[in-house]
Structures are given as structure tokens and as C-alpha cells.
Design a protein around this ligand. Sequence first.
Ligand code: ATP
Ligand code: MG
Length: 512
Amino acid sequence: MNEQAMLPDYNTFGHSELFLKLASLSNKYFNKSICSKCFDQYDLKQVKCGECASKDLLIRPISFDSKDIEIFQRDIAKRLQSSYVLTPDNFIKMLLIYMRVQSGIPVLIMGETGCGKTSLIKFLCQKILDEDLEIFRIHAGVTADIIINKMNAYIKKVQAYTDEEKRLWIFFDEFNTTTNIGLLKEIMCERTLLGEPLPNKMVFLGACNPRRQKTAQLIQNDNAHVGLRKNRYEMQKLLWAGTDQRLLYTVVPMPETMLEYIWDYGYLNETTELDYIKTMLLRCKYLSNFEVIFNLVIQLLFQSQNHFRQIEDASSVSLRDIDRFCRLYNWFLDSICQRGPQENLDNPPDTYIYRASFIALMLCYYFRLHSDELKDVYVKKIHTILVEKIPSIAKVPNYLISYILHREQKWLIHDRMEVPANTARNRALCDNIFVLLACIVNRIPLFLCGKPGSSKSSAVQILMSNLKGKKSKDSYFQTLPELVAVSFHGSQNCTSESIIKVFERAAKSVGV
Ligand SMILES: Nc1ncnc2c1ncn2[C@@H]1O[C@H](COP(=O)(O)OP(=O)(O)OP(=O)(O)O)[C@@H](O)[C@H]1O
Ligand SMILES: [Mg+2]
């Protein structure tokens, strides 16, 4: 065997090659039947998935021949790519996690928000190894009793395992948000629960955000905030009661023992992030068929991420923004194709791809900026990159805003939404409705901030009255889902329980 085959350079591997390597950690994609929707594994003879509602038959390799197994695994890799992409960075991280788990060391990962901690552990556990995984999402309202009850339930579950090899992975997500962190330390680091030893078949993992202070820039942004300005003393009394508002994440200090196990992911550096961007963009429909646009979008996203890091903080942007971009792009492209001539449905021209990409870009970055000056600076920066790659754009005045954004808003809002009498379709209202619509239909959480009276609630009401599913007046809105509002007024005195109740109410109203 030559050196190249024995010690390959993993940095040159793509998603499928990395997947083939990881698949060899377990038997999941070897001698099992797999559901093509939820990727649960079954006995080779089983034909239907018992877990999800999928009606598709289970899939498996044609034979145990190594060629057939590779074909099968490549097929699975392709299917998985739409939800999670492998890069050399997360490949190495997964191997290191696996090594620690095999050695019986708790895995505690720390990193900035959105650097991929939760999704990495879920992917490794469910899609590669198929171990039993319980995700315990910790938050400030989780009491010691809740933790003990949950742990007792897990112990029961593990005791019922008959298979020697089987293990239960317990993942404490955001574990430093509760003041009961001491109890979690006992469970994860000492492997006891109130002094009683825990079964060996339990594997503990945890993910958390770092305890660090806001940078001067962020504090400045907080102060230059939208909304009414209170005097500083009053603000301090109001905001700093209970939690330390100088902290970037609301987290508690960690016990020393835990610190020894902590593994700091920090945030993704530029080159790693570029890798993720390139691979994640393969999810965008038809985008990679157009090489020029594909490279342009990579460049635009990369520069936008850097721009936000410069004006705000390292944690301001993350893979979440890239994920959001892909979802919005796909939705807008579908929507644009639907409006155009039939023959373009399966063969969108490049103008559609441009439009969908730029609208998604504006939604991900432009609308987040809170002042007109910042918006101007950002648009200018993007425009310079655009003109460099596509010189013809320079001829269109205000290309991004007037040509792309306002045209889309006209189509979605001015031409088809009914607004109450005497309501002016001004900029603020249109922007609010547009962002709300795009986020709601794509299930992207949205916080609309603005000075009192800047059309926030009215935008929500207008949207509600127009999006009524099949009962909507407009034929395009009939193709969108119906919206049902569940409202909740937040205040300083809200508790975790009251928030949980809102979600229960919401679940009831949709009949879950
Ligand atoms: N390798 C990947 N391929 C595709 N998408 C990814 C990948 N890694 C992360 N993402 C996307 O990035 C988003 C954020 O990831 P994740 O939830 O794992 O972050 P996190 O580190 O747990 O953040 P937090 O500290 O806020 O909990 C997810 O929506 C996920 O879809
Ligand atoms: Mg997370």
C-alpha cells in the first residue's frame, strides 16, 4: 500500500468520501435496512419504517459485495447532504468525540452560538452510529427535581437493555444555563446521582456557550438601540436585576471539575467557514449548475459574515445564517418559478437564480442592520463585489434595493395584499410585512424590533388577515399555509412555566 492510501490528506476529501470513512465506525450502513426519511435502522428483513410516517420502503445494499456497499453508502451520503454536510473540520471533531466516548471520558463542548455543536452530536449519534440518544435541553427553569426525575427515567431505560453492546447517550444541551449545574457536574464528571453510582451503559455529552462579556461594540449597539431611551441609572436598575446583562450569553459560572473536561470549539475561523459555506450551498437548488453565480454567492456570503463580525462581534453570525440563506433561497426560487412560464419550472434561467440569491441575502443580512447608515455601508460593499463580477449591474441604478427588493415587495405586497383603509403602504410597513412573510412560511424565528409606532403590530395583523390558507382571497396566498396567532406578552416577571404554557396552547390550537 502506498503512503497516499495509508495516510490520505483529509483536507482534500469531500462530503461523500468523509461519509464513507465515518460509516465504517458502525454497522449501520452495512448489514441493516435503513429508512430513507428518518435514517433509523432496522433488521435486514424488515421492509417498512415503524418510527416515521414515511410510506417508502426501507433501503439496503444490493449485496454484501464491497462495491455494492460503497454504492449504497454514497447514495445515503447524498440524501443526508441536504440536512448536514461533512467537512474536514466536523469530521475530525466527530472522530475525537468518538475517541473520548470510547475511553469513558465525558464530552463537554463549548463554543459560540451556531458553530454547530448540537447538530454535530445529533448527526454523529443518530446518522452515523445509531446509538440511542436522549437530548435533555437545559434552561433556566430546569429545577433539581426535574433533573433527578429525568435521570431516574433514563436509568430505567438503560436497565431494560438486554444487548451487552447497547448504550444510551445522554446529551445535556446548554448545560450551563441552570443554577443546578453542581448536580449536572456530579452526574457527568463523577458519574453518580445523589451519591448513587450510575450504570456504565450511560454516555454523557454536553454543549454550552462560553461565559464572556459583551465587547465594547456590542454594548454600544445596545445603547444606540432602537426604542425609547431611558436614563442610564434607570436602565441599570431595570435590566441588571437578576441577570448580569454585561454577559453575552446568560450563563452561570462552571465548576472547576467541569472546566477540566471542557473542549473549546471557539468559533469557526475564516477558512473553515468558507469550506462550510461552499458545501452547504450545494443544498440550494440549481445554484451549482451556474458556476459564475455559485462562486459569486460564496463570495457574497463570506464577505457578509466578515462584515458583521467587524461591526458587531465574533458570535453575531454563524452557520445559522448560511442555513437560513439556503432555506430562503430555495423558497424564493420556487416561488419565482411558480409565477413564471411553465417551461421554466424545471429549468430556471439565470435571472431567477440571481433574484432568489439576492433576496435571500438581503433577508439574512440587510434587514438585521438597525440604522440607515449601516444599511448604506453594507449595500455599497455588496454592490462593489457584484459590479466586479457582473459589470453590467453597474448600469442599473440602485440595483439591489430598487431592482431586486422593491420589485419583489411589489409583487408580494402591493399587488396582492389587502390593507385596512387609510393605511399607507410605506417603507417601514412593507419591510416588516416582507420579512415577516418570508420568515413565517420558512419557519425562521423572527424578532421584530423598532421604535413604538413603527408598524410592527399592524404588519402582523395585515399578514394574518391575508394568509388564510385555502380561504385566502388571493390565488397565490391560497398555496401558502394558514396562520393562527397565539399571543404572549413578555415582561420582567415571566417564568419558564408561563412560556411553556404558550407552546401548549399553540399545540392545542393546531390539534397536535
Ligand atoms: N455541518 C453542517 N451542515 C449543515 N448545516 C449545519 C452544519 N453545522 C451546523 N449547521 C447548521 O447551523 C445551525 C446551527 O447549528 P447548531 O444548532 O448545531 O449550533 P450550536 O453550536 O448548537 O449553537 P447554540 O450554541 O446556539 O446552541 C443549524 O441550524 C444547522 O442546520
Ligand atoms: Mg445548540
